[in-house]
Structures are given as structure tokens and as C-alpha cells.
Ligand binder design. Sequence first.
Ligand code: CP
Length: 319
Amino acid sequence: MTDADTWTRKDLISIEELSRDEIDVIHSLATQFKQTLGRSQKKLPTLRGKTIINLFIEPSTRTRIAFEIAAKRLGADVTLVEQKASSLVKGESLRDTAQVIQALNADMIILRHAAAGSPHYLARILDIPVVNAGDGAHEHPTQALLDTFTMREKLGSLEGRKVTILGDILFSRVARSNLWALKKLGAEVTLAGPATLLPEEFASFGATVAHDLKSALSDADVVMLLRIQHERQSSSHFPSLSEYKALFGLDAERAAWLKPDALIMHPGPINRGVEIDSSIADGPQSVILEQVTNGIVTRMAVLYLCMSAAARGKGLSNG
Ligand code: CP
């Protein structure tokens, strides 16, 4: 059994590498942190004196801000490094940038990068912890942790629960991380979307690849919508956004197929009027903003655990 006191990972790179026990530890700690959110004094002294670098080489709103708030709630100092204002634009490599950050006595790097595998690479060459905030189309582990935390809050156990993920599966790191997390937590995962964005090989990871959208939606306890990841597509995978909306968008007509208590989720950013209509995104079944809020406490748990493992000096790098 793993618990917070025996956590050994100084890096969080992927959900694939985590055990069910480890996901449970993160969620249990996040629950404890959530109880502190309502206090007037929200700040805990746990990471006082630590310096965390948010190294974001791809745009982000909620992940970057949630990590920053999480770190500050734990008492750490946070510095944001973005590509456009760093020496990356002068040709410095990611490796050199990360080594400079470590030499500046930082205690942790949180990395978002377009290259799949980049957090794993940094974790191998650095002594300080590295947390993956999204690497290309590979993984977005803290997104899946906050998504499954939100589902467990609402539904209790996910054992046997049916989760349908609808959208651009092919290019989605959120789909990959959630598939790993949901399978480890005992849920049944169905993937749906345009055939060109729905690789059949996902079936080998334990998902059902749906060809009938109506049954994929009507059976689900949770529907997670994904936007089209234009930034990762070198060519178009469907004729137009209006065609995507017509065939796959969650509008009032398709939402009527859902169970009345099915949860509607989206990792954001949402493209209103494409994968989801405003009436659904803002409707009573939507927990989209609760996902955002839960991003703080799940990331507090991750920062605390990785930093604790590093401090104990027995962190198992993912390298
Ligand atoms: N879900 C997510 O990663 O959103 P951001 O790109 O705004 O961080």
C-alpha cells in the first residue's frame, strides 16, 4: 500500500505509470486539501521556502493558473517562464533552459511542451522534480487526476461506471491520460468521434471504440467532450467545423439522449457552438467549472507528494 508518507515518485510524468493505489493517495490528499479551501486563511506552510518554476512552452489558462495557485496555497514561490520571454527564442535548448533553472536553485519544474516525452527527458537529466503539465498528444496527467477526482466526488466509486469520451481522440493527451486513469479505477470507457480522429488501436488499451453515437451517449454516466486540437493537426481530418458540429456536437437534441443524471465534462478550453452548445455547457448537468476548481486541490496533492519524495531523497525518477 502507498500512502502520502511512503510516496516515492519525485516526478509525475504520466498516468500510465501510476498504480491504482497511487491515484487513490493523490485523490485522498486532494480531498483533505479541499477542506482547507473554504477557510479564510487558505495558505498552508507546507512548501514554504520552495521555488517552483512554471515552464510553459505552450499556451495555457487553467493548468498554469491552477498550478500557480496550488503552489502558492502550499506556501511556495512561483515563477512563470514562457517561451516568448525566455532565451528559448534565441536558440537555447530545452535541456539548457532546464539546467539553468536548476542551477538557479529552483526546487521543481512544471513543464508544458508540445513535444511528447519532454517531461520524461527532463526528469532523467535533472535532480529536481518534474511535473508534466501536458506534453504534446502524449499525456496530461493532472487533468485526468482532476477529472477522475470530480467524477468520484459526484458518483462515488467509478467501478463499472460508463464514461464516453467524444471528440478528437487521436490528438488528445487528455483522452490518453483519462483512459489510463479510468481503466485503473474500474470504469468502462467508450471513445467516439469522427473515424479519422478515432484510432481503432485504442481498443487494445481497453476502450470500446464506438460507431453508434446515440448508444455511446445514452449509456453513459459521464460524457467528456474534447475540442478539435487544430494546433496538432498538419492536415484537416474532417471537412469543416460546421460539419463536425452537425455530426458530433452536443446540442440540445443529442443531450436529450443522455441519462438525466449523466455528468457533462470538458477539460477546456471549450469551443462553444462546435463540440458543445452553450445551453449544455452552462446547463445543470455540466460540471465543467467544478473540474477547474478541483484542478487546484489535485495539483496541491501532486506538488506536495513529489516535493516530499524529493526531500526524503528517495525519489524514483521515471527515467
Ligand atoms: N485543460 C487544459 O489543459 O486547459 P489549458 O490549456 O487552459 O491549461
